[in-house]
Design a protein around this ligand. Structure first.
Ligand code: 2YG
Length: 268
């Protein structure tokens, strides 16, 4: 998993990115609307009764300054009632349970989950990020059915993304600097593994980039639609000029997808 750093998420609590405006321009949807679509809901939902606890977790490499506050702000922007627990780890968990919250959100170095305390269902960030960015790509591309779509990165997010996009009828190819990881997805899910990452990128217009990689603009197709959760995030001027849309945020789309999906388990 790519570990976020405080500087990458410092603008999240106050939404300095103004993410909804950017997404409305590129996808015609807000973060909440993308998350609802990813959860299979085609109408707005009032989440004001949903109570959420975000628990700072000190294990492993420890807390990331601003991470819990960022998750908390993202969930509150969905209209839910979210707070960060005073206690960390088990103490925080105990506080959340005694507070009778509906959802618990927490992350260690390996997993970032939303836990629905009523249904014991767990939604993880790999699926949430893959689904959120796949829905964003589908909206920005005005549909992916029958279209060639490239997933870059055969890790946790890419593995979810290839299944989601194939399920929507896209002709999915996948590439990774470790070709055997891409080949494993070809064997398992019937998508096409491409060995040369640069050639793969240069030959696709619709891309979901789930790799912590930076690509030179000379490889980007004119009018490319790039849905790219990967951090570090950087596209040079040529890439930014040639792409029709470059959809990125460091944390919000995946987190909103998790929270909406988890809340709906006990709201339908
Ligand atoms: O509670 C804390 O502050 C820390 N234990 C959080 C650690 C999170 C580590 N994981 C990551 O930084 C990312 N994989 C989170 C998800 C990125 C968005 N797709």
């Amino acid at each position: 998993m790519t570990r976020l750093t405080p500087d990458l998420i410092e603008g999240v609590p106050d939404d300095t990115l103004d993410l909804d405006s950017k997404l409305m321009n590129m996808c015609g949807k807000t973060v909440k609307q993308l998350a609802l679509e990813g959860a299979g809901v085609d109408h707005d939902v009032d989440f004001s009764k949903v109570r959420v606890a975000v628990i700072p977790i000190t294990s492993g490499m420890g807390v990331i300054s601003g991470f819990s506050q960022s998750v908390n702000a993202i969930v509150n922007r969905l209209g839910m009632q979210s707070h960060v627990t005073d206690g960390t780890d088990v103490n925080g968990f105990d506080q959340a349970i005694n507070d009778h919250v509906d959802l618990i959100m927490m992350a260690d170095d390996a997993k970032f989950v939303a836990y629905n305390v009523h249904t014991a269902a767990t939604t993880n960030n790999s699926w949430g990020t893959a689904m959120g960015y796949a829905v964003a790509l589908k909206n920005a591309a005005k549909g992916v059915e029958g279209k060639d779509v490239l997933v870059i990165g055969a890790g946790l997010v890419g593995t979810e993304a290839v299944q989601i996009l194939k399920g929507w009828g896209a002709n999915v190819s996948v590439t990774d600097i470790k070709f055997d990881k891409a080949k494993a997805l070809e064997d398992k899910f019937g998508v096409k593994a491409l060995e040369n990452v640069e050639d793969a990128l240069a030959s696709h217009k619709y891309i979901l980039n789930a790799a912590p990689a930076i690509f030179p603009g000379r490889l980007i197709q004119e009018g490319a639609v790039i849905s790219t959760p990967g951090v570090p995030h950087y596209f040079d001027e040529e890439g930014r000029k040639k792409a029709k849309a470059i959809i990125h945020d460091p944390l919000e789309i995946g987190t909103a997808m998790m929270a909406v999906n988890s809340a709906l388990f006990s709201m339908r």
